[in-house]
Design a protein around this ligand. Sequence first.
Ligand SMILES: *Cc1c(COP(=O)(O)O)cnc(C)c1O
Length: 406
Amino acid sequence: MSGGEKEHKPATRMVEAGRKREWTSMPGKPGGVVNPPVWRASTHLYDNSTDHAEGRPNEDGHFYYGRRGGPTQWALADALTEMEPGAQGTQLFPSGVAAIACTLQALLRPGDELLVTDNAYEPTRNLAMGMLKRQGVDIRPFDPLDLDGFPSLFGDTTRVVMMECPGSLTMEVCDVPALARIAREKGAVSVLDNTWASPLGFAGLAHGCDVTVMSLTKHVGGHSDLMMGSATATNPAFGRIRRQSQFLGQVVSPDDASLALRGLRSMALRLERETASALAIAEWLSARSEVSAVLCPMLPGAPGHAMWQRDFTGGCGLFSFVLADADNSARARFIDALDLFGIGYSWGGFESLITPFDPAPIHQLRAWPPGIDTGSGLGVRLSIGLEDPADLIADLEHAFAAMGAA
Ligand SMILES: *Cc1c(COP(=O)(O)O)cnc(C)c1O
């Protein structure tokens, strides 16, 4: 059971985190169960009028009202907090996008400026350019790899820096500790979308960020059957995010929280397996004539590898590559010939997925990482699941043959 063993290694904490006895046993009775039950509840009962009149602290861990969650959600939030050394707390959201939207809304006011990384997840960018802009927030994209130019982007009204590492689709690895340090020196709050690495692969708050957000839909859920997001933060950012979340009435169901907790317990093992398979597949792809560049930070020699090796303690199964010489119909032949890769959004599940992408219309400052052969300019993103990597490689080989056989 947890309590003070923060010095344990991350994989051990992933098993121990959030397992408070009060959520897995009956008051005054010996024994207990491993996982917190699914506490389905809107009403939380008070013992008597005095108890009600005195109220209860509006904090996780106290019965109050269903919108504040119950023990199942608190156990998950606690586990995520324990995974991020230095965190004040974690707020859960019905999706990753909801976590990002609420976090940015909590930290920005009309007239403030947001610096957003140019390789951000597309809905993050749309949120900034759409809703936040309409609410009077100035938005400025920044090149995550231009560290020298970064300090000069800050003005008197710059309040928040939104980072993502590696970047969505193109997988650039930026110097998060340096960007976060500059943000802090400039008096801005730094937010990191840490969905790719999770706290197992990158300790965001320990590296100087104020807030890490994750789409729990991906690796934490791990089985492609739930949507959820989280924001884990230090104070004072955490208090502002929590208040904003309560204003907006954000809740997650105890059933989904229970599934996410179950996913969390096996996540270290799944990430280890995915990472090893992704690396083997990335190595294989980098020797293929159909591929002009492999964008996989775990791969020695790939863009961002040195920075990844410096800062990260793990990887995952998500990476991209660029087709050397193909048009849209060749890419479609390749994708349609695959047997084991589903075509679909999302990632981090037990099953492999593929999606085509083209960063040019999404990125404003630089479409591809510098120094790579951008080939056809057509990208493919793979999410490597738990299948045997030899079968996945055979599937890709067969699909390359189908692509060439037009
Ligand atoms: C999927 C994803 C999100 C959004 O999460 P949802 O749970 O789908 O809303 C945010 N950031 C990144 C990097 C993602 O891949």
